[in-house]
Design a protein. Structure first.
Length: 235
């Protein structure tokens, strides 16, 4: 299995709070954000990593290659308007087999991803499996309703009463990329819109509950994430 990391965001809210580093290199408890994702991949035994970074950032590729020499990286440097377009840009590198998609700003215990990937193996009919949890500390969380058989039945506002939100990592089959042109024609502007589109088109999406993850978008999120890390990732 190959990993895809979306790390092309500009991190504008962190910059407004005084952080000058590219978002993937912003330190959380003494470690760059992207290292939490890469440590999780290494723990899970995933060695091939495709990563998109924006054109204005610097130092990310060198850091990843120097800090994680056992991982095999492919980088695309492109500034995209959304996480959806970042995923679409990575699509040529993700053909042929299931892949795990991660956002660079999710902080979680290394074993969380490994356990999630093991659990997804039983979903042989899935087009996608979304990690979900009940920790809600985001301005705009993506709510998800999961049925008793594990199928996702609603995403977004219709699922707000579920108590579950997406956790920042997913497993997909590459056949979802057949929807790229439709998504662009409909002028979707976010990954969440693309996921809702897949659901509406009857792609088989499942939800798998995972341990707590913290999404880091704002300066205040860093304090939450650091407390989480220093508590040993205790929920």
């Amino acid at each position: 299995m190959k990993a895809a990391i979306i790390a092309a965001g500009l991190g504008e809210r962190l910059r407004a709070g005084g952080f000058t580093q590219p978002k993937p290199l912003v330190p959380v408890a003494g470690k760059p954000l992207i290292d939490y994702v890469l440590e999780a991949l290494a723990t899970a035994g995933v060695e091939q990593v495709a990563c998109i970074v924006n054109e204005t950032s610097s130092g990310i590729e060198a850091h990843c290659r120097d800090r994680w020499p056992r991982l095999q990286f492919e980088f695309i440097r492109r500034t995209t308007p959304s996480s959806m377009e970042s995923l679409f840009t990575l699509s040529p590198l993700l053909a042929g087999e299931r892949f795990v998609l991660l956002t660079v700003d999710a902080v979680f215990a290394p074993a969380t991803l490994r356990n999630f990937l093991v659990a997804t193996q039983c979903r042989t009919d899935a087009d996608g499996v979304l990690a979900v949890n009940g920790f809600v500390d985001d301005e705009k969380p993506l709510w998800a309703r999961v049925a008793s058989d594990g199928r996702i039945t609603a995403l977004g506002p219709p699922a707000q009463d579920s108590g579950l939100v997406t956790a920042g990592f997913y497993v997909f089959e590459p056949r979802i990329f057949t929807e790229i042109e439709v998504a662009r024609a409909r002028r979707f502007t976010a990954l969440r819109e693309f996921l809702a589109h897949l659901l509406a088109r009857d792609y088989r999406l499942y939800g798998k509950r995972v341990a707590k993850t913290v999404d880091v978008d704002r300066p205040a999120d860093i304090a939450v994430a650091e407390a989480f890390v220093r508590a040993g990732f205790a929920e």
